[in-house]
Write a protein that binds this ligand. Structure first.
Ligand code: AMP
Length: 196
């Protein structure tokens, strides 16, 4: 078995959403990972966009690592076709393992689970707990309102542009993913003086 070129952690909806472009984007991400010899790290379920990205990764020859809490094995239809399926005790263990196994993080459209996961690794990045790149694939304008709200927060002085700069936002898989993965794990860490 060859060593994967990179590990990309993808956060996305456990539902498909109301627009076929969401699933198309999830498929494109999985396919990109597989074609570039990479590995997907994700929540291990087979529902919604999560199943789409996992299947597309394997269909294109990539590896898939799923991490799912015991309590969600049935609810989220644990994906037994994962190359590695880790059944863990709770959400904290899930998120920690996903973060550990990843070189970079990417959020696709999703619901509050997706938001929570993205915001957690983003806050960890601003605090200097890791230096891994973070990306947001803004499919069909799904995240426009959230990005505008975040700019509102910058405008009100609760965030700095330097925090926004940690999040690479794109609309195209072929341009966003190379930007995230060209130097996996070597992104700049926020200087602590900016945090305190
Ligand atoms: P959603 O975007 O709400 O469809 O959820 C996407 C994934 O995030 C699912 O696998 C959920 O189990 C997961 N999720 C939901 N809440 C949390 C949480 N607090 N921490 C980590 N993952 C979560």
């Amino acid at each position: 078995m060859s060593i994967p070129a990179f590990s990309l952690c993808v956060y996305c909806g456990s539902r498909p959403g109301d627009d076929l472009r969401f699933a198309d984007a999830a498929r494109a991400v999985g396919s990109w990972i597989g074609r570039h010899g990479g590995q997907l790290v994700y929540g291990g379920g087979h529902n919604g966009l999560m199943g789409v990205v996992a299947d597309a990764t394997q269909a294109a020859g990539g590896r898939v690592i799923g991490v799912i809490p015991q309590a969600l094995v049935d609810k989220e239809a644990a994906n037994r076709r994962c190359d590695e399926l880790h059944i863990v005790q709770n959400m904290h263990e899930r998120k920690a393992m996903m973060a550990e196994r990843a070189d970079a993080f990417l959020a696709l459209p999703g619901g509050i689970g997706t938001f929570e996961e993205l915001f957690e690794v983003w806050t960890w990045r601003q605090l200097g707990y890791h230096a891994k790149p973070l990306g947001l694939l803004n499919v069909a304008g799904y995240y426009d309102a959230m990005l505008s709200f975040l700019q509102n927060s910058v405008g009100h002085g609760f965030m700095g542009e330097w925090q926004m700069d940690f999040l690479q936002v794109g609309t195209e898989v072929d341009t966003l993913l190379p930007g995230l993965l060209c130097h996996p794990g070597t992104g700049d860490v926020a200087p602590l003086r900016d945090v305190i």
